[in-house]
Design a protein around this ligand. Structure first.
Ligand code: ADP
Length: 259
């Protein structure tokens, strides 16, 4: 596949730390992870009570659970956007709990891609500029190889012809596909998605989900996706169920081999 070749050649030019994160077999490991809010006050409340699981390279895993069970809290911890109260979180084997902010942001930028329910594209910018945004934040002006990778990703999500359109000139489903391309432009080892299909109709949701499956198979990134939709979680390799701040289910679903 030519777009995959373009993406692979861009990968060869990344700095060593990224290679290390991307090549790790065990992408993520949580060990006894706990999180309390309002620690040390009368309002202290523990919402995650010791979470243990790991994700391997290439796994596509759903995270399900009722509202208030702690899914967003857990995703924020895994995304290195917040720190646990105790326990440890290893990203590509690196312990992260006591990392300083600079090391934490660098590991986050290099290792993790995010897709949210509301895509948060910058509407004043073009589709291509939105995809390049994580690289521009990191390095300033994108290199030709990075532009090539961004275009290859837009091609892969079927939107190359819209590259120069303003982001608000395309449909909601197309915007979510752009957000997926943006999350993958840094070649993350781990893709985190919070209800990425939550505001899409069933058919578009299915198409967006297929992109996760395809990128997960083509590039081997681990994907953790929060979803309320059992049809989507059944199409993942695995479903983790969170209830009241505890993992109460860890089910594997064998998937048909790719065509
Ligand atoms: P979910 O994403 O599964 O709906 P959350 O992680 O948002 O669950 O919330 C888990 C629990 O933590 C809820 O009881 C919620 O009220 C509480 N919570 C979330 N954020 C905060 C916060 N910043 N301060 C205090 N409590 C919070």
């Amino acid at each position: 596949m030519s777009e995959a070749r373009g993406l692979a050649s861009a990968a060869a030019q990344q700095p060593p730390q990224m290679q290390h994160v991307r090549d790790a077999q065990e992408v993520l490991r949580l060990a006894g992870l706990r999180k309390s809010y309002n620690a040390g006050t009368a309002l202290e409340v523990e919402v995650l009570h010791g979470i243990d699981f790991s994700l391997q390279r290439g796994e596509l895993c759903a995270l399900v659970g009722p509202s208030g069970s702690g899914k967003s809290t857990l995703l924020n911890l895994i995304g290195l956007l917040d720190a646990p109260s105790s326990g440890e979180l290893f990203l590509a084997g690196q312990p992260t709990r006591t990392m300083d902010d600079v090391a934490r942001s660098s590991l986050r930028n290099d290792g993790i891609g995010f897709v949210f329910q509301f895509h948060h594209l910058i509407t004043a910018f073009t589709v291509l500029e939105n995809v390049l945004m994580p690289l521009m934040i990191r390095n300033g002006r994108p290199t030709p190889a990075q532009r090539e990778r961004a275009m290859a990703l837009l091609q892969a999500v079927g939107l190359a012809q819209f590259a120069d359109k303003k982001a608000n000139a395309i449909s909601g489903g197309q915007q979510q596909r752009v957000a997926i391309a943006r999350a993958l432009v840094t070649e993350p080892a781990l893709l985190l998605a919070d209800e990425p299909t939550g505001n899409l109709d069933t058919r578009t949701a299915g198409e967006v989900f297929e992109l996760f499956r395809r990128f997960n198979r083509d590039f081997g990134c681990a994907v953790l996706v929060v979803t309320h939709d059992p049809r989507l979680s059944q199409r993942c390799d695995r479903t983790l169920t969170l209830v009241d701040g505890r993992i109460v289910g860890d089910e594997r679903h064998p998937q048909p081999a790719p065509e």
